[in-house]
Design a protein around this ligand. Structure first.
Ligand code: SF4
Length: 231
């Protein structure tokens, strides 16, 4: 596995757990507003110092008893066929594992859930169903995204859906359409966009929505979820 980055401590990436975050390189989507381009764009990935698996597992060994979980994000972790083997090694050390995913690989997600390799999944629902092909052309197969939503809603693993809300991409109506698609569900989070080193530099120039706009949407959609918050 190519590890492009390691955040040694996070109190916010894994709900109610003290964790570290591992950034796996490569992604099958190219969200223009993505601010993880150093883990997505091949020319940027090349420039990143890498962390070997050996170093990573040594780090986990040293943090036993201090950290409770490992967050796998990227990039898109599920594009790596060696992911189950990598997670098995983490689970053997008795860590909880959270997967952050764009939902494009339901087969891999299903396997990880049925083999009890993951304890929590955060899945991005980026757009209303009918707009995926418009933004991602061939990269996002809507039937795969739908399948991932269905798998999570079966409740065999703890989960959340989330959307990063980007001015010029999302309006209130888009979020309502997403909610109609995924409801009812356990948790749904509205995340405000951060204009930082984005894949398309245009997005570095735009202002995030004021929090009050997101709170206004949250009030409308909250009844469809057990938990729904702006963060
Ligand atoms: S936002 Fe996520 S899915 Fe989109 S390009 Fe970045 S890492 Fe990939």
């Amino acid at each position: 596995m190519e590890i492009g980055g390691l955040q040694k401590l996070t109190l916010i990436d894994y709900p109610r757990k003290i964790a570290c975050t591992v950034f796996l390189t490569g992604c099958n989507f190219l969200c223009p507003w993505c601010y993880a381009r150093e883990f997505v764009l091949p020319e940027e990935i090349k420039k990143q110092p890498k962390i070997s698996e050996k170093e990573f597992f040594q780090f986990l060994k040293e943090r036993k008893g201090l950290l409770e979980g490992v967050v796998l994000c990227g990039g898109e972790p599920t594009i790596h066929h060696k992911l189950p083997t990598f997670i098995k090694k983490i689970k053997k050390m008795n860590y909880l594992v959270k997967l952050d995913t764009n939902g494009s690989n339901p087969k891999m997600m299903g396997k990880l859930i049925s083999e009890k390799l993951i304890d929590y999944v955060a899945m991005d629902v980026k757009l209303p169903k009918e707009r995926y092909s418009q933004v991602f052309s061939k990269n996002a197969k809507i039937k795969d995204i739908e399948e991932s939503i269905k798998i999570l809603k079966k409740g065999k693993v703890d989960y959340e859906f989330r959307t990063t809300i980007v001015p010029t991409i999302h309006k209130k109506e888009d979020i309502i359409k997403i909610v109609r698609w995924i409801k009812p569900a356990k948790r749904y989070f509205l995340q405000n966009f951060r204009p930082e080193k984005t894949i398309d530099p245009f997005f570095e120039t735009i202002k995030p929505y004021p929090e009050s706009y997101l709170l206004e949407i949250q009030k409308i959609i909250a009844p469809f979820f057990e938990a729904c918050q702006v963060r």
